[in-house]
Design a protein around this ligand. Structure first.
Ligand SMILES: Nc1ncnc2c1ncn2[C@@H]1O[C@H](COP(=O)(O)OP(=O)(O)OP(=O)(O)O)[C@@H](O)[C@H]1O
Ligand SMILES: [Mg+2]
Length: 254
């Protein structure tokens, strides 16, 4: 049903018990697009990417990633996509190198290729000296870098990044942004990025969607979103769209 789309969702909905975390999400994202999903805490961003990576099942509706159904073809989805999770999933008792080798082997990559990719990534992220150290001794930002290496190791065509620069220092965040730009320009990847950082959205994304309480309220290029509310930049547009409570309310507790 999705033809040339990398990501397609049709009325995708998720309930946790009685709580509706995502309400009839419809997305059509062509290959090669960098899509940014924005929205406040609890809006449904992580729920969306978890479903699109076949980690949790939708309550209703349907979705395809690279033409694979997220429920009936979940192995294909997992094999072909890369997912950087918000909650860093690593094995603390492995060294950085062992962990990345393990992930590479899960994807059945040849040993030589795994080793050359690990060398390349650890060098980019300045982790070469720590490659034989246990991950339990890594800082949160260092673990984030290792997880990003693990997400890229099988060179997936479609990448889902949930808060990719969270916990990173400014230089590491810049490296990640450059990697993202490179992946899009040189390797023609499709990226789906959940973020709170409007500079990432503005700088990297062709299309952004803003969700609130599980509902997609606006979608378009950063310029279209800015123009839709006559704002001068994305931050002003986001604030106008989200209509925050008046400042007076923030100060009322004093
Ligand atoms: N496993 C779960 N069980 C119950 N409720 C959940 C579960 N996971 C998420 N929720 C709820 O679903 C809603 C959407 O959560 P989600 O994690 O998708 O938000 P988010 O947009 O990623 O937020 P954040 O910006 O804080 O990461 C929230 O109300 C959250 O409490
Ligand atoms: Mg989240």
């Amino acid at each position: 049903m999705s033809n040339n789309l990398a990501i397609y969702t049709k009325n995708l909905t998720k309930y946790y018990g009685k709580l509706r975390a995502l309400n009839n999400l419809n997305l059509k994202i062509p290959y090669g697009t960098t899509y940014g999903l924005l929205g406040p805490n609890g809006a449904g961003k992580t729920t969306t990417v978890k479903m699109l990576n076949s980690i949790i099942k939708p309550s209703s509706g349907d979705a395809e990633v690279m033409g694979y159904n997220i429920v009936s073809q979940k192995q294909k989805v997992k094999l072909n996509c890369g997912f950087l999770s918000e909650s860093l999933s690593i094995y603390e008792k492995l060294t950085a190198r062992e962990f990345l080798e393990f992930v590479g082997e899960l994807y059945n990559l040849p040993k030589k290729l795994i080793n050359s990719r690990i060398d390349e990534f650890l060098k980019i992220f300045d982790l070469k000296k720590r490659e034989n150290h246990l991950l339990e001794g890594f800082s949160r930002g260092m673990k984030q870098k290792v997880c990003l290496c693990a997400t890229l190791i099988h060179d997936p065509k479609v990448l889902f990044l949930d808060e990719p620069t969270a916990n990173l220092d400014p230089i590491a965040a810049r490296i990640v942004k450059n990697i993202i730009l490179d992946l899009v320009k040189k390797a023609n990847k499709t990226l789906f990025i959940c973020t709170h950082l409007l500079d990432i959205a503005k700088e990297l994304c062709d299309v952004i969607g803003i969700i609130d309480k599980g509902v997609l309220i606006i979608e378009g290029s950063p310029k279209e979103v800015i123009d839709s509310v006559n704002a001068s930049n994305l931050e002003e547009a986001y604030i106008k769209i989200m209509k925050p409570v008046d400042n007076k309310d923030y100060l009322a507790w004093r």
